[in-house]
Ligand binder design. Structure first.
Ligand code: 5AD
Ligand code: FES
Length: 366
């Protein structure tokens, strides 16, 4: 196992067979060896810094009906809300005072926020806080729309691919959604110069090791600046209410693997990871993660943005979360910083040959 992990660190990728061997035979010893290597790589690029992103969940209306998600359109139990531009700006101002220099505007796919409205919001945030990065996380749009958001000032975009296996994708989503459009979006975002985040749920229903290998290979092909992964957690008002949650153990292992594959990647220790285990986020940081994303949404709406059950921090003020996270991060030996935290190119440059192969892989896709 150590040889496989060393090889992964050296080559940044394994064959399908070797990935399978690594994932199927993983045990505690392999995990602690992997995490130690992942920390070395992470510290080589980012030192001990942990970046924070202020998450503003500004609408829980969604036109989509993903089977796993608590704010899917068919969930009549969800109490819907939208934040006004003024409320969003207020969240940013409060966040700014707490040290946030990245705001993530996340929401369901809500047609109320037309391109014009969205662009106005992005422009307003950038105008008030020109030293901050604006990240959007509002789903699948056309190239033209992504271009308009970019021109309005958006710097980054999060769009988890959810699963890179077509058959698996169909089991998690209704027929009108497709993996190919999801990938098209991600390549459009890259072409427009966004820092792009993809990602997937760990332990989602029907997920097999082969699907996870597809996810890893897709991450290599896309070469994203961010990757968001967290355990699947069932929501009581969705078709997947009776399914088992993903495990912390596999999530941590995959964080370590992703850090070795993409040394400079921005990797959050997610809220879902903190939800399945009280020390999930701390363990995530010790497995290779280097970002935390506390909630800046007004406390009045927090409980309504429920993608899955038992979500943590829904009763806490942003300031409390920052204090709590600071303590938690201190306990790991890392340090919460207020920098914008842009992507850093990995210092060990790709060799010309590897770069060429990657380019070919990407071109085969677009
Ligand atoms: N469990 C865990 N993560 C979920 N997400 C949506 N529903 C769930 C769930 N039940 C994740 C998806 C989405 C992100 C915003 O939240 O991966 O992209
Ligand atoms: Fe929100 Fe601990 S991070 S209360």
């Amino acid at each position: 196992m150590k040889a496989l992990i060393d090889k992964l660190r050296r080559d940044r990728v394994l064959s399908r067979e070797k990935f399978r061997a690594l994932l199927e035979n993983r045990d505690e010893d392999a995990a602690s060896y992997l995490f130690a290597r992942a920390r070395e790589v992470r510290e080589g690029v980012y030192g001990k810094d942990v970046y924070m992103r202020g998450l503003i969940e500004f609408t829980n209306y969604c036109k989509n009906d993903c089977y796993y998600c608590g704010i899917r359109r068919s969930n009549d139990g969800a109490e819907r809300y939208r934040l006004t531009e003024a409320q969003i700006l207020d969240c940013c101002d409060k966040g700014y005072a707490l040290g946030f220099r990245t705001f993530v505007l996340q929401g369901g796919e809500d047609p109320y926020y037309t391109d014009a409205r969205m662009c106005a919001i992005v422009r307003a945030v950038k105008e008030k806080h020109p030293d901050c990065a604006v990240t959007l996380s509002i789903g699948e749009k056309s190239y033209e729309t992504y271009k308009a958001f970019r021109e309005a000032g958006a710097d980054r975009y999060l769009l988890r691919h959810e699963t890179a296996n077509d058959g698996h994708y169909k089991r998690l989503h209704p027929p009108e959604l497709s993996l190919s459009n999801r990938k098209r979006c991600l390549y459009d975002l890259k072409a427009l110069g966004y820092q792009v985040g993809c990602g997937f749920m760990v332990g989602s229903p029907y997920q097999m090791i082969g699907d996870i290998i597809d996810d890893l290979l897709f991450c290599r092909e896309l070469d994203p600046e961010m990757v968001g992964i967290g355990p699947f957690i069932p929501h009581h008002d969705t078709p997947f209410r009776g399914e088992a949650a993903g495990t912390m153990e596999l999530t941590l292992f995959l964080l370590g693997v992703l850090r070795l594959m993409l040394p400079g990647v921005l990797l959050p220790a997610t809220t879902a990871l903190g939800t399945i285990h009280p020390l999930g986020r701390e363990k995530g940081l010790l497995a290779g993660a280097n970002v935390v994303m506390p909630n800046l949404s007004p406390t009045g709406v927090r409980k309504k943005y429920l993608l899955y059950d038992n979500k943590i921090c829904t009763g806490d003020e942003a300031a409390e979360c920052v204090q709590c996270l600071k303590r938690r991060i201190d306990s790991t030996g890392y340090t919460l910083v207020t920098a914008r935290g842009d992507y850093k190119k990995d210092p060990e440059k790709l060799t010309a040959k590897k770069h060429l192969t990657r380019k070919k892989e990407v071109n085969a896709h677009v």
